[in-house]
Design a protein around this ligand. Sequence first.
Ligand SMILES: NC(=O)c1ccc[n+]([C@@H]2O[C@H](COP(=O)([O-])OP(=O)(O)OC[C@H]3O[C@@H](n4cnc5c(N)ncnc54)[C@H](O)[C@@H]3O)[C@@H](O)[C@H]2O)c1
Length: 276
Amino acid sequence: MLGEEKKDYKWVSTLPENESLVTGLPDRVIVITGANTGIGAAVAKGALEAGAKAVYNIDLRAPLEDNEFAALQKAYPGKAHYLNGDVTKLDTIVAAFDKVIEAEGTLDGVVANAGITIRKGSLEYTPEEWDLIINVNLKGVVNTANVAIKNFLKLGKKGSIVVTASLVAHGTNKAAPSLPYQATKSAILGVVRGLGCEFACQGIRVNCVSPGYIRTALTTYPDTDPLWSTKLDIWGGMHRLAEPRELAGTYVYLLSDASSYTTGVDVRVQGAIDAW
Ligand SMILES: NC(=O)c1ccc[n+]([C@@H]2O[C@H](COP(=O)([O-])OP(=O)(O)OC[C@H]3O[C@@H](n4cnc5c(N)ncnc54)[C@H](O)[C@@H]3O)[C@@H](O)[C@H]2O)c1
């Protein structure tokens, strides 16, 4: 019978405990994949500014001394932690979450953010390149979300998962087309809708954010490149790349009780580039 397999799960409400409309992430424990730099690091900073007790960054490599996450570790001593993990390897993600639960005894929010791209013509990708992008951007998100959900269920408490999708989940990237990247980001919308519906009654919300063009290592052309200026002229919108910090508030909102009745949706933060 439909839902029979979930009969043992506890029903958990997402309704906030207090009636305040002003809400941040007080004392919350947040895990973010791929937070060494770029969007993930900005979300980590936003979470700490919003009152999080601890932020855990699961990334492939330890933060370099001069990168954004290392700066956060200095600014918030004892609150910004790095854990080694590869989202394509489920056992490393399970082990990283186990360490978080062991250290904090709890978990409140998870951001499945790690992602990669390779840019070239659609017919030029090797099967290995397709596998790599699918493994990081799609299976990596599913691995992270599944481990997060299992932990929330085990703890018997509500939780919020936010996935980083992309403008290309809705349309083709005019600046730097990448078919496997576009395919995985579109697929993520389905994952978010599916998980959001399936675990709504367990108090586990699953949403995504679709950033537009953000100034990070992933955007190959700096906006000082005259090409950016011409392209943004044609596409309309705000005529600039976004800074990663301009996304943090959206993630904090989706992680927080302010979005207690929001699940299974995508929030597009794209400076109107796609709105014409
Ligand atoms: N920059 C943009 O314009 C833009 C636009 C839309 C969506 N995005 C998405 O935002 C997310 C973050 O990208 P960014 O722009 O901040 O780039 P970034 O390169 O600065 O950050 C990506 C992070 O993911 C980590 N990572 C890569 N593979 C991993 C793996 N297998 N396991 C664990 N960590 C891994 C990297 O080490 C890095 O720290 C990605 O999912 C990307 O697709 C970026």
